[in-house]
Design a protein around this ligand. Structure first.
Ligand SMILES: C[S@@+](CC[C@H](N)C(=O)[O-])C[C@H]1O[C@@H](n2cnc3c(N)ncnc32)[C@H](O)[C@@H]1O
Length: 246
């Protein structure tokens, strides 16, 4: 069965998300004049927000397997067929992958997604990477408790049993698996989940439990990484061909 894009297309939520991603990246590097790629752009609104941040001296490219753009201005767009990116090595200063990883396919395709991001990123470049956690209690695409906890072979059966759909087409990773995959792809990770929550809290009023989490001691926050519903990382490109355990 065909995978669905699961893209959120409304302007308000995507503009907020775009601003958050720009603020997260700006906390790492000045985006002015940068060459940025957004993989899996969906509505195109995040790419549009980034284009305002890079200014006239920069350039934004967006790709997706489907064209669902609501805003097409400020950036270039190309359709792709799978995780392969149609760009030469070391083309981009910054890559954004926001809630795309869980949609690209099986483990091999997910590993390809990361390898391709690393390949087109110049050394020292940054990636904003966000993905839902397999161990979140309520699976976010189908709003069904424990859906991603059950073994992948029986997730569609579980979905049909609760009459929420016919086919489970997502593959959210665990925190542990993801960290291993970053290493294999030569990407160094920095946990950015709580920093991203803080940036979002400055844009919109967070629910009380988020406010409490944001003031919790760092060691307590770290204990939550394996179960936090959305994992956010800033990745940096390590030299290719170096020590795989670095
Ligand atoms: C949940 S949406 C996220 C859209 C956008 N990043 C956002 O945050 O609004 C997932 C997107 O990934 C796209 N997608 C799935 N597999 C892809 C692939 N291999 N390469 C590029 N985009 C892909 C889907 O078409 C969809 O637009």
């Amino acid at each position: 069965m065909k995978r669905l894009p699961h893209a959120i297309l409304d302007c308000e939520s995507r503009t907020k998300k775009g601003r958050k991603i720009v603020a997260a990246l700006q906390s790492k590097t000045d985006l002015t004049g940068r060459h940025v790629l957004e993989v899996g752009t969906g509505s195109g609104i995040i790419a549009h927000c980034i284009s305002e941040a890079v200014g006239s001296g920069g350039k934004v490219m967006a790709v997706d397997i489907a064209d669902q753009r609501q805003i097409a201005g400020g950036y270039d767009f190309e359709l792709v067929e799978n995780s392969r990116l149609p760009f030469p090595d070391a083309t981009f200063d910054v890559v954004v992958s926001n809630h795309v990883f869980e949609h690209v396919g099986d483990l091999e395709q997910q590993a390809d997604h990361l390898r391709e991001i690393r390949r087109v990123l110049r050394e020292g470049g940054f990636v904003y990477f966000a993905v839902p956690n397999r161990w979140t209690v309520v699976e976010p695409h189908f709003r069904l408790a424990f859906l991603s906890w059950v073994p992948s072979q029986v997730r569609s059966v579980y979905l049909r049993f609760f009459r929420r759909g016919a086919f489970y087409d997502c593959n959210p990773p665990s925190h542990r698996r993801l960290i291993g995959m970053f290493k294999e792809a030569r990407l160094r990770h920095e946990q950015f989940t709580f920093k991203a929550m803080r940036i979002m809290a400055a844009v919109e009023d967070p629910p009380p439990w988020t406010r409490r989490l944001l003031v919790a001691p760092v060691f307590l926050q770290a204990l939550l990484y394996p179960v936090i519903p959305t994992m956010v990382f800033i990745l940096t490109a390590l030299p290719l061909g170096g020590d795989p355990l670095e």
